[in-house]
Design a protein around this ligand. Sequence first.
Ligand SMILES: C[S@@+](CC[C@H](N)C(=O)[O-])C[C@H]1O[C@@H](n2cnc3c(N)ncnc32)[C@H](O)[C@@H]1O
Length: 347
Amino acid sequence: MSRSASTNSYFAIVSGENAELARVEIETLLQMVDSKYEVSWYERVAIIEGLQNPTDFLLQRAALLKEAGTIIFETDSLDGAAREIPDDLLISNVGSNETFSIRTKSFLHSRKPEARRSIVVELGDKIQRATAARVQLENPDIRVLVLVMSDRILVCMSKESQLRGQLRRRKPGMKPFFHPSMMNALLARTMCNLARVMPNETVLDPFCGGGGILCEIAHIGARPIGLELSWRFLKGASKNLAGIQYSDYSLIQGDARCSPIRNCHHVVTDPPYGRASSTRGEKAVRLVAALFENAEEIILHGGSMCTCHSSDMGVPEVIRQLGFEIEYQIRFRVHSGLVREVITVNL
Ligand SMILES: C[S@@+](CC[C@H](N)C(=O)[O-])C[C@H]1O[C@@H](n2cnc3c(N)ncnc32)[C@H](O)[C@@H]1O
């Protein structure tokens, strides 16, 4: 069986460092584009069917996405796959003045190196003959990716994530103000995505510290508000926001247990749990409980809260006792002594 994939088939490959968080991030971002996408997962590959191409939005937003694009052709065997692809399909995807590269990615136990090498050579020849485009391995205009799966072969037009490199360069140690309690940009971005933050919305971090999360809110184009007990951290957050030339923010000295902020679209935060950052004598879980007790005043109806904390704090139990329903609860190991948990709640 082979077919030109409908123009509405897409793929996304996520990184392996935290597969569950990565899947939830992609699925949440897809819902933000259109609630009707059908998504099936094949290890770290999402196959997405839907009316609108979501891949530019995913590449712009998803922290844990490696590459994404359009599936142009599907067949069930590597042998002869290149011959089956119609020339007009190649002509409509690769311009005559463009350069291209071809890669394969196998999800089989036996990785079939010979057959994969053959399809690269055969498909490369065919594209050159059909379109007059040139092979270029470094920075090609078009990246063709052949996904080799146990039940099918997918020929795709792929774009690599530029965001992942940018997020790595935005790590806390590279910011003008640094403290070990600051959240890294990859996790801060993922949390903003799980909270469904959109440009121009107002987003509060009530334990804002040096502003790791605030900076990521700003990069999305939303308006960050930081609340923090310590003046030293507030000054640090202000330096960090200035460092990314962002001025549309508010920083307020205050206690998250009685937040004066009202009517935000979302809260994205990581409360202290007494390791890298102090709880100032309060039980860590009480800080989170106080925040949820006031959530309906702080967050507009239809908004959301995404928090990250140590998994041994017992936060989910407290949140449920307060009558909130948890949408996602995802655990991941930071090191042998610390398992963190990300939780999202919709208001
Ligand atoms: C884990 S750090 C926050 C890191 C920050 N979200 C970031 O992205 O860089 C927790 C912060 O909460 C602050 N804090 C502790 N108790 C607080 C309270 N009751 N109200 C507001 N801030 C508090 C601490 O001073 C610390 O800076």
